[in-house]
Design a protein around this ligand. Structure first.
Ligand SMILES: *Cc1c(COP(=O)(O)O)cnc(C)c1O
Length: 491
């Protein structure tokens, strides 16, 4: 791009419109009178543009982006699988897209039925007894689950449990969710195999611990082989166990968190169940619970009464933690996830897991001669490479490798996470990629390693060169982002 794109506010010209409305054929209303003085004094300062300029603006923005529809997107922990277009077709059906959440129940029976059946299918896949679809993202699901854990302890008069144990390999949302729910997050170490240290957990467990949050397979892509001992240890100490099921891509149809001893979990429908994500939304962090926690679910709860579907509201659910989101969650995402599960069927769900694990192990094997695996052995749906030796040998860091991959036409893997692996490159190919795609990606990674050895770090400092912005100051971008247009108050 030769010059930076104008924002909509800069491109705005007073009086320009992108719509044509028919003449008013009902009596006009004075806003101030109708809203009894609650009417705004000044018109909103919305950009004024012609349709063609709006379309060019957003099309231009979309071309500066990168998506899974364009190419391989092995962003570890994010499960960027291809999202089948049939999901979109279903979500756009007028019966789903043109309804309003305040419509009378009897006019939206299909939508309620879809949510009821989806909850049921998710309960079956995870081995839980009940599911809420309200939370709008994984982190939101974590908060919802932890609120239920808190309510459960309090309902038993057990008020001294103030701690949530979180492994040092955990996703950053886990300690953050514990903290926003009013718990203290306590870290438990991983052992040299990358699994939770059982002895360390036993030592931490006492009557001040409300529960443990765990991802399995964990963020290193490793299945916790002591899972039954881990959950039993927490239960014996009077705590509950929370399953971070954001990435259930390796286990769906294969193993169920409910059978491993977990009491509460969330699933990221926007990861495992194939709805588009990235850029912050919309998502769905469905939360499942065992029967003991069912009374605490957010209200309203969708129920089946004979052949009809209806809502059980807060007034009928006295122990509910309350509502965690407006209406029913991100309904469009729920339609996509439902369509995905129905398209695959039980056998397809199992096959998707198997292919996800096969693809990850195939790629791990191909790449591990260049970039050693952070932990030995088989991985599940993802794996973590250690970019440390390459950096030591050539001065080229994992960040440089990621930037070079952008120029090679790929979305880079997750870098510098999990935190326990310095120079981490976390790769999650997902099941939707062909062997040819994986081979080509491995070739690109080989070419980058070869370039590092031949040309050294200087050859990487200005990469990427193919993007509108190359290397922003990441600290300023994260800490001091300018997210809204600043109006010139004199104009
Ligand atoms: C993505 C992810 C989350 C958070 O999910 P959001 O929808 O981004 O809030 C939590 N835990 C793990 C392991 C994840 O991969």
């Amino acid at each position: 791009m030769s010059r930076p794109m104008e924002t909509l506010f800069e491109a705005s010209r007073a009086g320009r419109v992108g719509y044509a409305l028919p003449p008013l054929d009902v009596p006009g209303v004075d806003c101030g009178e109708a809203l009894q003085g609650a009417c705004r004094e000044n018109a909103p300062r919305l950009p004024e543009m012609a349709e063609v300029d709006v379309i060019r603006h957003f099309t231009g923005l979309s071309r500066m982006n990168y998506s899974v529809d364009e190419g391989f997107y092995p962003l570890g922990s994010c499960t960027m699988k291809y999202n089948p277009k049939i999901n979109e077709a279903a979500a756009r059906m007028p019966g789903f897209s043109r309804i309003h959440p305040l419509q009378p129940e009897e006019t939206v029976q299909g939508a309620l039925e879809l949510m009821y059946i989806l909850s049921d299918m998710l309960a079956e896949i995870t081995g839980m007894d009940a599911v809420t679809l309200q939370p709008a993202a994984g982190a939101h699901g974590e908060q919802t689950g932890l609120m239920m854990i808190k309510a459960w302890h309090e309902s038993r008069g057990d008020t001294k449990r103030t701690k949530i144990i979180v492994p040092d390999s955990a996703h950053g949302t886990n300690p953050a969710s514990a903290s926003v729910t009013g718990f203290d997050a306590v870290e438990v170490a991983s052992d040299e195999e990358g699994m939770v240290d059982l002895e360390a957990l036993r030592a931490l467990m006492d009557d001040t611990v409300a529960g443990l949050m765990l991802t399995n397979p964990n963020t290193l892509g490793i299945f916790e082989k002591h899972i039954l001992e881990l959950t039993e240890t927490v239960h014996r100490g009077g705590g509950l166990v929370y399953y971070d099921g954001a990435n259930a891509n390796a286990i769906m149809g294969k193993a169920r968190p409910g059978d491993m001893g977990f009491d509460v979990l969330h699933l990221n429908l926007h990861k495992t169940f194939s709805t588009p994500h990235g850029g912050g939304g919309p998502g769905s962090g469905a939360v499942g619970v065992k029967a003991e926690l069912e009374p605490f679910l957010p209200a309203p709860v969708i129920v089946k009464k004979g052949y009809r579907f209806g809502l059980e509201r807060l007034k009928d659910r006295p122990r509910s933690i309350g509502r965690v989101r407006s209406f029913f969650g991100n309904f469009g995402v729920l339609v996509r996830a439902y369509t995905y599960i129905r398209t695959l069927g039980a056998a397809g769900i199992v096959e998707a897991s198997e292919m996800a694990v096969l693809n990850a192990n195939y790629l791990a094997k191909k790449l591990s001669s260049l970039y050693p695996l952070a932990h030995k052995g088989w991985c599940m749906h993802e794996f973590v490479l250690n970019g440390g030796p390459l950096k030591h040998e050539t001065g080229v860091s994992s960040l440089d490798v990621a930037k070079a991959l952008i120029d090679a036409g790929y979305h880079p893997p997750t870098v510098y996470f999990p935190l326990i692996v310095p120079e981490a490159l976390m790769v999650e190919p997902t099941e939707t990629e062909s062997r040819e795609t994986l081979d080509r990606f491995a070739e690109a990674m080989e070419a980058i390693a070869a370039k590092a050895r031949k040309e050294g770090p200087e050859a990487f400092h200005d990469l990427p060169v193919t993007t509108p912005v190359s290397r922003p100051d990441e600290t300023t971008a994260a800490r001091n982002p300018i997210l809204r247009w600043q109006f010139d108050e004199n104009s």
